[in-house]
Write a protein that binds this ligand. Structure first.
Ligand code: GLU
Ligand code: ZN
Length: 312
């Protein structure tokens, strides 16, 4: 069965960019008689707030974008809220420690910064130099700083996948350079770990999300393979941007569901506008979620292979 997920981080009120991703996941699930999981990605406690999580669920319900599994429920995999899944992430990390698949990194922020800004190394993802990978146990014992944990990439490993909207993607992960952090020094689990672990555990078959996460996908595929689980299909959809090419976020005003609602927009107005921006309607016209499910298919969105669409 098709299972999609909408996985917001409750760091602010839901805005058009979030609704766009939620709508596509909901529609894809409906089109295939599947299910959608609402997963609350709230592990970064400093930035996430319960108030936003509650508001998000209220807004989704108001929009008619309902979920089959979400916060408050208990499922075969446990909770759909990441802060309630910490033991699970820890158990994965523990098994990797035992299997020698991760190592402690004692590098200071300043050191990491100097590697990242060295010529040729300023790539889309932070590049590491493998410094702590080859430390002896003796050397490790002498360290005083609390370490982060990095994955020991057994590279070079070619990761390829067929993006639902962008076609074939290939990426090479290298030993050392791509040894990404799975747990920060302050104990915070990395998004990559939690997300990969959850997509696998929750039986997600299709991950539909913004193009900003395209570069994370090879890493997450690598982790899911390490867990010995099934890798889902991935589809990266365009980011909604303003006329300066800046993606919609808290920076632009007046684009949260709440603000639009106050201005008199209906749920159908919001969805119809998104259908138009995505190229599924010739003109923006009000359309409820249910009407959309009846009349619009994912393939009707003409702009899904773009990296961004200008909407404001
Ligand atoms: N929680 C992430 C965000 O809000 C999305 C993660 C994902 O879809 O993989 O940007
Ligand atoms: Zn290090």
């Amino acid at each position: 069965m098709v299972r999609t997920r909408f996985a917001p981080s409750p760091t602010g009120y839901m805005h058009l960019g979030n609704v766009w991703v939620a709508l596509l996941n909901w529609l894809y699930a409906r089109e295939h008689n599947g299910q959608m999981v609402l997963r609350m990605e709230d592990i970064d406690r400093a930035r996430c707030h319960e108030e936003y999580a509650d508001a998000l669920m209220e807004d989704l319900e108001w929009l008619g974008l309902t979920w089959d599994e979400g916060p408050g429920g208990t499922y075969a995999y446990g909770s759909a809220v990441q802060t309630e899944r910490m033991d699970y992430y820890r158990s994965i990390l523990d098994s990797w420690v035992r299997e020698d698949r991760v190592y402690p990194c004692y590098c200071t922020r300043a050191r990491l910064h100097s590697i990242a800004s060295a010529p040729n190394l300023g790539e889309e993802r932070p590049v590491y130099d493998g410094h702590c990978r080859y430390m002896t146990e003796e050397e490790r014992k002498k360290q005083t700083k609390k370490p982060s944990l990095r994955i020991k990439v057994e590279g070079p490993v070619q990761i390829s996948f067929d993006d639902m909207f962008h076609g074939h993607q290939e990426h090479c992960l290298r030993s050392g350079a791509d040894d990404f952090v799975v747990r920060r020094a302050d104990g915070l689990m990395a998004y990559q770990l939690a997300c990969a672990a959850d997509d696998a555990a929750m039986g997600i078959t299709h991950v539909i999300r913004g193009c900003d996460l395209l570069s994370s996908t090879p890493i997450q595929i690598y982790l899911i393979r390490l867990m010995g689980k099934t890798v889902p299909s991935y589809g990266h959809v365009p980011l909604l941007c303003d006329s300066d090419g800046i993606r919609l976020s808290k920076r632009q005003h007046g684009i949260t569901v709440r603000e639009l609602k106050e201005k008199g927009w209906t749920a159908g107005d919001i969805i119809g506008q998104l259908l138009y921006w995505g190229g599924a309607l010739e003109q923006p016209e009000p359309m409820t979620a249910e009407d959309t499910a009846r009349t619009v298919k994912i393939e009707d969105f003409r702009f899904l292979s773009k990296e961004n669409v200008t909407v404001l």
